[in-house]
Write a protein that binds this ligand. Structure first.
Ligand SMILES: N[C@@H](CCC(=O)N[C@@H](CS)C(=O)NCC(=O)O)C(=O)O
Length: 234
């Protein structure tokens, strides 16, 4: 059976939810972030060069260590067709499926991470003669690029989810749960956890809906504390 190397408060929550929805038998090894740096511990580097999570040790002959949440989700969606989480070529939603599957890490995550890292850099204690200049540089980077991109992404996702709502769908693509939902939940729930009241309604409703699924709640219980989960669950 596969082993998930799970890092607390991370994208590997996607895989816990995926496995719970699939009713997959798996083992989980939990690794905890360094409380000071927030980085993954060395125990994860011993598993996988980059020391990042998620990584899944597959139960294939080579015991492949598969990284990248998108690759892991696609792997299981394709190799476990009975779970019906993939959309295949020929389906009217195939192009949209591929687009949103790649959008999650390719376009949605970078401004979110930049916002987090630049926010930390700004909050870090610096010598007084550096603070004003450093903060101005950080603000300039945010205003020139990541800030506007972050806002555009929110509007883009909200418009799409509003269209899905008009079609009567609860899900990101088509009319059923797909691999895309596991990819998109992470950036969206991270945003909802931080700024629920300033986000548009379809994004908030989507996150609430996914977080109420029994498999999502089961996944929370197997992974331990998760800052971006629903506040009253787990
Ligand atoms: N694109 C990768 C990103 C993996 C990644 O950066 N994971 C973060 C957690 S969300 C991590 O392991 N951070 C700890 C570190 O870099 O030390 C994926 O989707 O799996």
């Amino acid at each position: 059976m596969p082993t998930l190397h799970h890092l607390n408060n991370s994208r590997s929550q996607r895989i816990l939810w995926l496995f719970a929805e699939m009713g997959m038998d798996y083992t989980v090894q939990v690794h905890y972030r360094d409380p000071k740096t927030g980085l993954a511990p060395n125990s994860l580097k011993a598993i996988f060069d980059l020391g990042r999570s998620p990584v899944v040790t597959l139960d294939d002959a080579a015991q492949t260590q598969l990284g990248e949440s998108g690759a892991i989700i696609e792997y299981f969606a394709q190799t476990q067709p009975q779970a019906q989480l993939a959309i295949q070529p020929g389906d009217a939603n195939y192009a949209a499926y591929l687009y949103w599957l790649h959008f999650a890490e390719g376009t949605m995550m970078p401004p979110l991470i930049a916002k987090l890292v630049l926010g930390k850099a700004k909050a870090k204690k610096k010598p007084f003669f550096v603070t004003a200049i450093a903060d101005k540089v950080i603000d300039a980077i945010t205003q020139a690029y990541y800030g506007p991109k972050y806002i555009e992404n929110i509007a883009h996702v909200e418009k799409h989810l509003a269209q899905q709502a008009l079609l009567g769908s609860d899900f990101f693509v088509g009319e059923r749960l797909t691999a895309v939902d596991f990819m998109m939940i992470f950036p969206l729930e991270a945003m909802v956890a931080q700024q629920r009241h300033s986000l548009p309604k379809h994004i908030v409703a989507y996150v609430d809906r996914m977080q109420q699924r029994p498999a999502y709640i089961k996944a929370l219980q197997s992974g331990g504390d998760y800052d971006f989960g629903p506040k009253d669950a787990a």
